[in-house]
Design a protein around this ligand. Sequence first.
Ligand code: NAP
Length: 412
Amino acid sequence: MPITMPEGGTKISIKNNKLQVPDNPILGYVQGDGIGPDIMKACLRIWDAAVKKAYNGKRKIYWAELFMGESAAKKYNGEIFPEETRQALQDLIVSIKGPLTTPVGKGFRSLNVTLRQELDLYACVRPVRYYSGVPSPLLHPENVDVVIFRENTEDVYAGIEYESGTPEMRKVEKFLKEEMGAKFFDDCGIGIKPISPFGSKRLVRKAIQYAIDNHRNSVTLVHKGNIMKYTEGAFRNWGYELAREEFADETITEKQLYSEYNGKQPEGKIVIKDRIADIMFQLMLLRPTEFDVIATTNLNGDYLSDAIAAEVGGMGIAPGANMAEHIAVFEATHGTAPKYANLDKVNPGSLLFSGVNMLEYIGWKEAADLITTKYPEVIKQKIVTYDFARQMENATEVSTSSFADALIRQIG
Ligand code: NAP
């Protein structure tokens, strides 16, 4: 069995619905393909340095290497998502992964989609905030500070699609046209968009709970319900319903804010509001301070998270995680950028901040804060990887590993 658990570490457990994190937790990591090994090597050093500094050696992460993608195929006879890895991600509860190549034409859609489905990681969580000095296209990128909760399991990503001209498509076409009276052109490819109360509510529940735990001001339900009433519109309605049913003491609606509170947000209450997806793209550029936690359906979330990430410097530094109730797999949000593989060149920021979120998730806030406060100091010195260097004047372009060295020096 290729996976070995590191000696001296203890697994995280769950008690009373809460994570129990020892001072010597075993966390899983998957290096990933392409640029994965370069950024993972650099980040492991930074996270370890921050933990050591923050807790004076009293706490330490014991890393267990897990295998997915190309590295797994080499060790597990061609398998790219071995059962041993699936089991370990589940047992260890908290893990982090680099990007993975999805082999084209091997019979399934995406390794990441498979991972989400296998472990029912129903929430894709993307915190987007600005770090001083990072090149951005906005005049005031510091106004962007949101956490996006994207539903991960439903919507047009459910994989219910029928190719034009196939017998399956003909059957669905016939049913829709003849039995349901639907009108559309002949020979359409057909995709189905399932959105359930269960899937919507568990996502919105997680977003509201996050807002409560992290003292956030609002949760915005983003949807396209004006057009797709029974899927996107229903997501919005179920979101409000959930807030009413389960968080009546902690939340008010935006309507109530004006009708009952004169527009002044009462202490300790989170405002639940909703916006239509298209206007949300505009608002996140023009008035980003109005938004805080965002909960949305799968496709909206996919578009919106990349667009908002671009506002604060792009995919090179946008962190992410896929989460179930407790199991969390933190991940770099960009791909494997194969042309840069093994060149020690790319920006480790996305994986780095995913790890910062992971440290926060296990309650090691001091170590997380060390990285978030020291990172801008390195950027301010204009010590950056190629992607930032090309957007800055007089920058010193460094390799992935040298960037890690600079940040570790700053951490002390
Ligand atoms: P990509 O790997 O994200 O790369 C696209 C471009 O983004 C790169 O060429 C580079 O831009 C920039 N970039 C990405 N990561 C960067 C980093 N760390 N630092 C600086 N710049 C970075 O997207 P792709 O080329 O579309 O996909 C390649 C492979 O990745 C595919 O096999 C795809 O399936 C996979 N993928 C995996 C994940 C995942 O595992 N989560 C996500 C997306 C894609 P420049 O060329 O302009 O420098």
